[in-house]
Ligand binder design. Structure first.
Ligand code: MG
Length: 161
């Protein structure tokens, strides 16, 4: 078994929606990013890579690389999961938390779990997505941005390809 952790932040900017866990959520602002700014998927990718000490998302998908401009982060997640599979590992479970005051995430949690589970080829019942505010404290509390944290457990299913 291997465990990994990931964390990500994006600042609010121009826009009318945010994308979290692969789900577009209407909001009065968007998230500034080279990609689609999906902090939850970015934290999850870092956790998956971290479990196998494979570096971070910036190493595999450099933000300066035009190939990744505006990329759907779900593509990145699928690519990371493919990397783990090639090395003979599978996802046991994921736990995660998204931190923001707004938008309210509760109505979107199930859709996020379904998206993430589909991209990792696991059942939604091993994918936990939680939401919290930070009681109006800090940058998330001031609604300057959104933060996300993820933890994953991997299990070896075979020898490395
Ligand atoms: Mg990011």
């Amino acid at each position: 078994m291997r465990i990994g952790t990931g964390f990500d932040v994006h600042a609010f900017g121009e826009g009318d929606s945010v994308i979290l866990g692969g789900v577009r959520i209407p909001h009065m602002r968007g998230l500034i990013a080279h990609s689609d700014g999906d902090v939850l998927i970015h934290a999850l990718c870092d956790a998956l890579l971290g479990a196998l000490a494979l570096g971070d998302i910036g190493k595999h998908f450099p933000p300066g690389d035009p190939r990744w401009k505006g990329v759907d982060s779900r593509e990145l997640l699928r690519a990371v999961v493919a990397m783990l599979c090639e090395r003979g590992w599978r996802v046991v479970n994921v736990d995660s938390v998204v931190m923001c005051e707004r938008p309210k995430l509760l109505p979107h949690i199930e859709a996020m779990r379904a998206c993430l589970a589909a991209d990792m080829a696991v059942s939604a019942d091993v994918v936990s997505v939680k939401a919290t505010t930070t009681e109006k404290l800090g940058f998330t509390g001031r609604e300057e941005g959104i933060a996300a944290q993820a933890v994953v457990l991997l299990e070896r299913i075979g020898s490395a390809a």
